[in-house]
Ligand binder design. Structure first.
Ligand SMILES: C[S@@+](CC[C@H](N)C(=O)[O-])C[C@H]1O[C@@H](n2cnc3c(N)ncnc32)[C@H](O)[C@@H]1O
Length: 282
């Protein structure tokens, strides 16, 4: 390898490989389980994002190869798992999630005999090697601790030629809330999102090929701070690694004033920096 190539390659590798995070999966699962009953009504931004991922997935009859088995990682209420079954007509569709409450809700919504629900961690998929044609995942992997474990697990379970379409969130997500909290204290109040280069590094290390990426900002607007909180807590997405503890009245007032400085004509903004990854096992 010549020096120029070596330098160019070094620039695509993260400066310091990310250490596995220490998120408490039990707490994450509990938060999502509690949100199961109201998730589909509140998940407006999540629906727009998942729809884009679904559009990347194969449709029955339009591809030369038949899709037999599909996995939805972090399936939540199973809304997209059911859509995946409709679209692909796959014989085996698995909706996998950490949160038992989500899976109970998902099971109540569907009696489709082609769909099964599985309570498990995306980082240790309990599925046979080379058993999946398609992996779909929307807004789940940003809760993982170890991206090498996650992508290795996907690589192991995909068949040769299999594909994965995954939406996740990048740093800058919920930046308005993060900046407002910074006016209150130095604690960690929101999830810390992993950058694109670290994810791509883990994908390549797992032996998967990145066939496409799409990055964009999905911005929602809410009338007030309570509605902003409801849009996050209501869907169970309020876990953060730092224990920020309870917030007093004075802190909330400071937070509200800071957020108000970002108000636009449409309302208070909430930004999601979305990354959609399309992967293949070649
Ligand atoms: C924001 S919800 C997204 C649900 C659904 N995919 C959608 O787009 O509406 C994230 C889901 O990922 C699940 N999740 C988080 N970490 C996970 C992990 N390590 N393994 C499996 N599921 C996980 C959560 O329990 C939750 O149901």
């Amino acid at each position: 390898m010549n020096t120029m190539t070596a330098l160019a390659e070094m620039q695509t590798v993260p400066q310091s490989a990310e250490q596995p995070r220490q998120r408490d999966k039990r707490k994450i699962a509990d938060a999502f389980s509690k949100a199961a009953g109201q998730y589909d009504q509140l998940a407006e931004a999540q629906k727009r994002i998942a729809q884009k991922v679904l559009e990347l997935c194969p449709t029955a009859g339009s591809d030369e190869s038949e899709i037999e088995s599909v996995l939805d990682i972090g399936c939540g209420t199973g809304y997209w798992t059911r859509r995946l079954r409709d679209q692909t007509q796959a014989r085996w569709v698995t909706g996998l999630d950490l949160a038992e409450g989500m899976l109970r809700f998902a099971d109540e919504q569907s009696d489709n005999q082609h769909i099964q629900w599985l309570c498990a961690d995306a980082e240790q998929l309990p599925l046979p090697a080379e058993s999946l044609d398609l992996v779909f995942s929307s807004l789940a992997i940003q809760w993982c601790n170890d991206y090498h474990a996650l992508f290795s697990s996907i690589a192991r379970t995909l068949k040769l030629g299999g594909e994965a379409h995954i939406a996740t969130l990048l740093p800058g997500t919920l930046c308005e809330l993060e900046q407002s909290w910074a006016k209150v204290d130095k604690k960690t109040h929101i999830n810390r999102f992993t950058d694109e280069q670290t994810l791509i590094h883990a994908i390549r290390q797992a032996g998967l090929t990145l066939s496409a990426t799409d990055q964009y900002c999905e911005r929602m607007f809410y009338p007030d701070l309570r509605a902003v909180f409801d849009s996050i807590k209501g869907v169970g997405a309020h876990y953060s690694e730092g224990d920020a503890g309870l917030t007093g009245r004075h802190s909330l007032l400071t937070l509200k004033q800071a957020y108000e400085t970002m108000r636009r004509s449409e309302g208070l903004p909430v930004s999601y920096q979305v990354l959609i990854l399309s992967l293949r096992k070649l």
